[in-house]
Design a protein around this ligand. Structure first.
Ligand code: SAM
Ligand code: SF4
Length: 363
C-alpha cells in the first residue's frame, strides 16, 4: 500500500499494484481532460484564423467529463489537468472544477489557461481545489502578443498572472512556445519576468499538430537546446531531479524559487517515461499526443441514452456527484492502455503527423 495527502489534506491509502499499465510497463497516473475545443485566442501555432468548432451535440457535458475524471481516479490516477481549447471559456466550468476538486483520492487538480479570465477566476479556482496552474504567455510586447495570439490582449493576461500570484497556488508556471521570427529574441526577457516573480517557466518546442496557417512549422521551430544556451549565458542553471514524471526537464537557479523547464518533444524523445493520456472534449481517449491511437469513451458514456434525454442533459450545466461510475467505462479505460504506442515520431519528416490541431487535442 502507498499513502498520500489528497486535495482536502486527507491521508489516502492506495494499492501499490497500479491498475493502469500499458504494454511497455508504463504506469499511467496523470490524465489531461479537455473541457472545450473553443478559445477566445487564436494562437498561430495552435489554431488557424478561421476555425470551425465542434457541434454542441458532439461535446461531452460537464457531467460526462466528471464521470471520466472520476473513473480515472477510481483506477488510481492521482493527477488531473483541465485544458482545452481555453478551459475557462466553457460555460459554468466552475461546477466541474468544484466537483473534481472533491474527488476522494485526487492528489492534484491542475489547470492550463491562457490567463485572460484569471482576474475573475483565479480565486474561485483556488477555492475549488486547483493546486497548480499553467499560464501561457509567448511575448511581453503588446503588439507582438497580439500577432501571436491574433485576438489576445497582453494587459489582461498580465493582470491575470498577478491575480493568480495573490491566490496562493502551490506553483504557477508560465508556458512559452519560442518560434523563430516571432519571439526568439524574448527568451531572456520572459525568463527574467518569471524569475523576478518567483514563477516557474517552461519552454515548449512547437509541435507539428495540424497545419499552421501563418507559417511553415519547419521555418519557426526552435530547438530547446538553443533556448537553454541563451538562458545559460545569463543564469547559472542546476539540473534538478524535479519532474512532473513526464516530458519536462527542470533546472533550478541557485537562490531563486523559479524553476526553468524544457519540454522538448522535437529534439529529445521522452516517450520512455510517459505517464499520461488525454481525453478530447468529444470523449476520445488519446493514448499519445503524436499518434492517433484512441478509444471512444463517448460511445460508452451515452450507450442506452436516447437522443431526447441527451438533449436535456446537454442543456444542463450542473454536475451530479451521486451517480456511480459505470463499470463499462472503467473496463474500456483499462482496455485502452494496450493501445498506447511506444513513442511519437515528431522529428521524422516522412512520418504521417497528426492532422489534429492542439485545441482539438487538449494541450
Ligand atoms: N488555452 C490554454 C493555454 O493556452 O494555455 C490551454 C490549452 S493550450 C492548447 C495548452 C498549451 O499548448 C499552451 O501552453 C500552448 O502554448 C501549447 N500549444 C498549443 N499548440 C502547440 C503546438 N503546436 N506546439 C507546441 N505547443 C502548443
Ligand atoms: Fe487558445 Fe491555448 Fe490554443 Fe492559444 S494555445 S489558441 S490560448 S487553446
Amino acid at each position: 500500500m502507498s499513502t498520500h495527502i489528497d486535495t482536502h489534506n486527507h491521508v489516502v491509502t492506495t494499492p501499490v499494484q497500479p491498475k493502469l499499465v500499458d504494454k511497455f510497463g508504463r504506469h499511467i497516473d496523470y490524465v489531461r481532460l479537455s473541457v472545450t475545443d473553443r478559445c477566445d485566442f487564436r494562437c498561430v501555432y495552435c489554431m488557424t484564423e478561421e476555425m470551425t468548432f465542434l457541434p454542441r451535440k458532439d461535446v461531452l457535458t460537464l457531467e460526462e467529463i466528471y464521470q471520466v475524471g472520476r473513473a480515472f481516479t477510481e483506477l488510481g490516477v492521482s493527477r488531473l489537468r483541465l485544458t482545452g481549447g481555453e478551459p475557462l471559456v466553457r460555460n459554468n466550468v466552475m461546477a466541474l472544477v468544484q466537483a473534481l476538486g472533491r474527488l476522494p483520492g485526487l492528489r492534484e487538480l491542475l489547470l492550463t489557461t491562457n490567463g485572460a479570465q484569471l482576474v475573475q477566476m483565479a480565486g474561485p479556482l483556488r477555492d475549488a481545489g486547483v493546486n497548480r496552474i499553467n499560464i501561457s504567455i509567448d511575448s511581453l510586447d503588446a503588439d507582438r502578443f497580439k500577432r501571436i495570439t491574433r485576438t489576445g490582449r497582453l494587459d489582461k493576461v498580465l493582470a491575470g498572472i498577478e491575480a493568480a500570484r495573490n491566490c496562493n497556488f502551490d506553483r504557477i508556471r508560465l508556458n512559452t512556445v519560442i518560434m523563430k521570427g516571432y519571439n526568439d529574441d524574448e527568451v531572456i526577457r520572459l525568463t527574467d519576468y518569471a524569475v523576478e516573480r518567483g514563477l516557474d517557466i517552461a519552454f515548449i518546442e512547437e509541435m507539428p499538430l495540424g497545419q499552421a496557417s501563418d507559417h511553415l512549422r519547419e521555418d519557426t521551430v526552435c530547438s530547446n537546446d538553443w533556448v537553454l544556451e541563451q538562458i545559460q549565458q545569463r543564469y547559472t542553471l542546476q539540473s534538478t531531479s524535479d519532474s512532473t514524471a513526464g516530458p519536462s526537464r527542470y533546472y533550478q537557479i541557485p537562490g531563486e524559487r523559479s524553476r526553468i523547464g524544457f519540454i522538448s518533444p522535437m529534439s529529445h524523445n521522452f516517450c520512455g517515461d510517459c505517464n499520461r493520456v488525454r481525453m478530447t472534449v468529444e470523449g476520445r481517449l488519446l493514448l499519445c499526443l503524436g499518434n492517433e491511437h484512441s478509444a471512444d469513451l463517448r460511445k460508452i458514456l451515452r450507450a442506452g441514452i436516447d437522443e431526447n434525454t441527451r438533449k436535456d442533459e446537454l442543456a444542463q450545466l450542473e454536475v451530479s456527484e451521486d451517480l456511480p461510475v459505470s463499470g463499462e467505462l472503467k473496463t474500456a479505460i483499462i482496455a485502452a492502455m494496450d493501445l498506447k504506442p511506444e513513442r511519437h515520431h515528431f522529428y521524422e519528416n516522412d512520418y504521417a503527423q497528426p492532422v489534429r490541431l492542439m485545441n482539438m487535442t487538449g494541450g
